[in-house]
Design a protein around this ligand. Structure first.
Ligand code: R5P
Length: 293
């Protein structure tokens, strides 16, 4: 059984179809003081997959705590979590003394609740794999960059080919993965972050005048990284700029600022529900879930 929440119905339906399994929803009631009451279908089968993306993560972590513990009580023996977006991955070290290393804490917490955690492009910057923070091969990290690459490539016909650009050095993995399946070339910029909404992006010295460019990244949050990269690209005389991201968080007026910076299209996967979703991760997610269960 796939157990999902109403605000992720679209991906849940696609995933249940791909898995060929029953889909049920967790019913939610919010008490006047903000507490949650969750109701699960009862009884539950032996194997249950919970779909919960962790964008806007704080309340969702409580939902997962209540759901996993209740699912066990109602009969689930094997519990897997499909979290297309895994939050708290960027706070992966103690940048200043006393800071919580959120990545280890959150991933460890999920590893205690679920036998398996399947996710897509978690932000693994200073660690090589989820195993380092969730021992026992519990975590499965997929990448949607090849899917984005195929989408991007299909938007161009004939001999015209866009250039893939990663807005920072960490984005090299997505530029390469999208490039491998499409033959598209690319490069990455250098980013210096001064604060949540204060980043500088520097392009390498390559001639890109007149080229059409697609900025590709794992996650867009405030959109400042992409805006700065788009502005730098415009200053170099590119012909067009599009954006492709796996996780479209896009808080506040991010999309307006991207448009003002000259971005033509914003494309994303449905790992996070958003108006820019054009590529579904459901078949890839279903294959990974079927493998682990
Ligand atoms: C971090 O390195 C990520 O890959 C993204 O580039 C970053 O999280 C984007 O954040 P924002 O949209 O707030 O600039």
């Amino acid at each position: 059984m796939l157990l999902a929440f109403a605000d992720e119905r679209s991906l849940a339906e696609k995933l249940a179809r791909e898995l060929g399994c029953k889909l049920a929803f967790v019913a939610e009631h919010r008490f006047p003081d903000g507490e949650l009451k969750l109701t699960l279908p009862s009884p539950l089968p032996d194997s249950v997959v919970v779909l919960r993306g962790l964008h806007q993560p704080n309340e969702r972590l409580v939902q997962l705590l209540l759901t996993a513990k209740t699912a066990r009580r109602l009969g689930a023996k094997r519990l897997a979590l499909a979290a297309p977006y895994l939050a708290y991955m960027r706070q992966d070290i103690e940048f200043q003394p006393g800071e919580a290393i959120s990545q280890r804490i959150v991933v460890g917490f999920l590893g205690e609740l679920f036998e398996r955690v399947v996710t897509i492009d978690p932000h693994l910057h200073r660690i090589a794999s989820l195993d380092e923070v969730m021992p026992g091969s519990k975590g499965i990290a997929l990448t949607a960059a090849p899917l984005l690459g195929q989408w991007i490539s299909a938007q161009w016909s004939g001999s015209a080919r866009p250039l893939l650009v990663g807005p920072d050095e960490e984005a090299l993995q997505w530029v390469q993965a999208a490039g491998e399946v499409t033959g598209l070339e690319g490069f990455v910029c250098r980013k210096t972050r001064h604060g949540d909404r204060d980043v500088e992006v520097e392009l390498p010295s390559v001639d890109i005048t007149g080229r059409e460019v697609v900025l590709i990244d794992d996650v867009a949050s405030t959109g400042h990284t992409l805006v700065q990269a788009a502005q730098a690209l415009r200053a170099r005389g590119v012909a067009a700029i599009d954006v492709a991201v796996v996780h479209a968080l896009f808080g506040g007026d991010a999309l307006d600022r991207l448009a003002a910076a000259g971005v033509r299209h914003v494309w994303s996967t449905d790992a996070v529900p958003h108006s820019s979703n054009v590529v579904t991760v459901a078949p890839m997610l279903a294959r990974a879930i079927a493998d682990v269960l």
